[in-house]
Design a protein around this ligand. Structure first.
Ligand code: PMP
Length: 324
């Protein structure tokens, strides 16, 4: 018998998909790890599970306890599912700029959701800071703290990386990932460099994020903005510290949208916006490296979470974008 144990037993072991149209276009294998097939619908199920397991093992999270987190949505969705499956309460602080679909889903899952204005990290009312304070004030509560909790990147070092290694028989030439917390990129980069230091590890960055300039010049200088959600950062989180980075590739929203619409119409894949950044950067790396390479990236979540935005022409037009 091959039977998974509940929600928790179903996280990970996602397929690796060859993206046909982009592979043909570049002469490389552009490979997408299908994280949208996790039971909570995103790559963040892995981090959520490791963070909760780690807190249980350390005796920090006790029966009936509350998990508090500041999240752009997907980590909260993963945490809310796991809290239901394990009997914990879940309190989520989310910037009001995130898609309504994610906020509605969090409430449906039974999380207590508080929306806060989107203000920079240095502001005490930033969603991450608010979640940390609330976790301290509440009894029997933990702060998941995904940005600086290394259980996050450990999830990818111990699961995502090894799964990709097995799925490709170790034939990886490039690893490309956008970063929100950096857990996915960092766990993968640490794993792949240990296996083979020649594997190119590339940060994919949207406009408005400071990581591209940080990699190129050593200075964090965000420029522009992006409609993509859950990615980009203007600080080096604990998860991104002491992590190898060979280069960064910046992808703008026009290109990211072109990519997600091509994935939809030519590859049959209905994807979220960060996938456009990831695949756009993977294609750019493939063109730089030349044909015959295996470039792996992440298909972070599905398009249904952004139906009212990325797949709504009126909304796109309101942002000065009209691809589709
Ligand atoms: N894509 C989406 C849609 C996300 O929600 C996130 C996480 N916020 C990421 C990518 C980036 O993942 P990580 O936090 O591991 O850097």
């Amino acid at each position: 018998m091959d039977i998974k144990e509940g929600f928790v037993g179903t996280v990970g072991n996602t397929p690796l998909i060859r993206l046909k149209s982009f592979s043909e276009e570049t002469g490389c294998n552009i490979l997408g790890k299908a994280e949208f097939l996790n039971p909570g619908g995103s790559v963040k199920d892995r981090a959520a599970l490791y963070i909760i397991k780690n807190a249980e093992e350390k005796g920090l999270l006790k029966p009936g306890g509350t998990v508090v987190e500041g999240t752009a949505g997907n980590t909260g969705i993963g945490l809310a599912h796991i809290c239901n499956a394990k009997g914990y309460k879940c309190l989520i602080i989310i910037p009001e700029t995130q898609s309504q679909e994610k906020i509605d889903l969090l409430r449906t899952l039974g999380a207590e959701v508080r929306t806060v204005p989107a203000v920079p990290y240095k502001d005490p009312n930033n969603y991450v800071k608010v979640s940390g304070r609330l976790a301290e004030e509440l009894d029997n509560a933990i702060w998941a703290n995904q940005f600086d909790n290394l259980a996050n990147r450990q999830a990818h070092y111990e699961t995502t990386g090894p799964e990709i290694w097995q799925q490709t028989n170790g034939k990886v030439d490039g690893w490309v990932s956008a970063t929100g917390t950096g857990g996915t990129y960092a766990g993968g980069a640490l794993f792949f460099k240990e296996k083979n230091p020649n594997i190119k590890c590339i940060v994919a960055d949207p406009m408005g994020s400071g990581l591209y300039s940080y990699v190129k010049t050593g200075e964090i200088k965000p420029e522009g903005s992006s409609i993509t959600e859950g990615i980009g950062n203007s600080r080096i989180t604990a998860n991104m510290q002491d992590v190898p980075i060979d280069d960064a590739i910046q992808i703008d929203d026009h290109e990211a949208l072109r990519i997600v619409y091509q994935l939809l119409s030519q590859d049959g894949l209905f994807m979220g916006g960060s996938v456009g950044i990831n695949v756009g950067a993977a294609v750019a790396l493939a063109k730089e490296m030349g044909p015959g390479h295996n470039i792996v990236t992440i298909l972070c979540d599905g398009g249904a979470r952004y139906q009212s935005r990325l797949y709504n022409q009126e909304w796109l037009a309101s942002k000065g974008l009209s691809l589709g």
